[in-house]
Ligand binder design. Structure first.
Ligand code: 6PG
Length: 227
């Protein structure tokens, strides 16, 4: 596990985008898969990725998690990804099929089948964020999805946030490369806890995953024990 501390969110975005582009360039297969985080932190990194000199037509993009809302809803991770990246590069995006009234479990099961088809046994790269409670994707502390040991993608009811669909630890642990993006003073305490060994969801995923690189800014890193 490696931690890259950037001066500010702009440098974090540039460094993370360069790292992700490098992983795409070095991938040897005919296609490469990239899982996208939601939330707000990844926006700047996705904007930097637009200019990466890569053949986007060989890239399959998928969602590490999604809020159970219409894809044009302001809370939708797909909408954010479209605004910042999908509408700007010729990659192939595999979204979750949302329908009003559709049970989220059915959508999660269908998406797990879709991902099995495009990811195979080992997804190449996944980008993840982290909440100030240590959640990642939509694996929130104390929620059922965090305990899932079999399915790759599930519906998860999160108190106070409603239904989410999320990759599970079994799927995330199979990713060849994991890139965490964490910025801001509000994440400083939880980042220090996660890197210090507290078994919060982000730590559980990071410990289980392959090549893990944390891109953090100085504000988020301000409470990491160094030395
Ligand atoms: C989501 C994300 C989630 C996010 C964290 C951090 O759907 O919200 O996938 O895991 O990465 O909540 O969000 P911010 O980047 O907005 O702080």
């Amino acid at each position: 596990m490696r931690v890259v501390i950037a001066t500010d969110p702009g440098e974090l975005a540039r460094s993370a985008a360069a790292h992700i582009a490098g992983l795409i360039l070095q991938s040897s297969g005919p296609r490469v898969t990239l899982g996208l985080a939601g939330g707000s932190t990844p926006r700047a990194t996705y904007r930097e990725l637009r200019a990466a000199q890569i053949d986007w037509s060989r890239v399959d993009l998928w969602l590490g998690d999604e809020r159970w809302v219409a894809p044009d809803h302001e809370e939708s991770n797909e909408r954010m990804a479209r605004e910042e990246l999908l509408d700007h590069v010729p990659a192939v995006f595999h979204g979750i099929r949302w329908e009003k009234g559709r049970p989220p479990h059915a959508a999660a099961e269908e998406y797990a089948r879709t991902l099995q088809r495009i990811l195979g046994d080992h997804p190449d790269i996944v980008v993840l964020g982290m909440g100030d409670d240590g959640h990642t994707a939509s694996l929130f502390p104390g929620t059922a999805a965090l305990a899932e040991t079999d399915a790759d993608y599930v519906a998860n009811h999160v108190p106070g946030r409603g239904w989410r669909l999320t990759a599970t630890v079994p799927l995330l642990r199979r990713c060849r490369h994991t890139v965490f993006l964490v910025a801001g003073e509000a994440k400083a305490d939880v980042l220090a806890r996660v890197l210090g060994g507290d078994k919060l969801p982000s730590a559980v995923v990071a410990e289980a995953a392959g090549d893990v690189v944390w891109f953090v800014d100085e504000a988020a890193a301000s409470r990491i024990e160094t030395g």
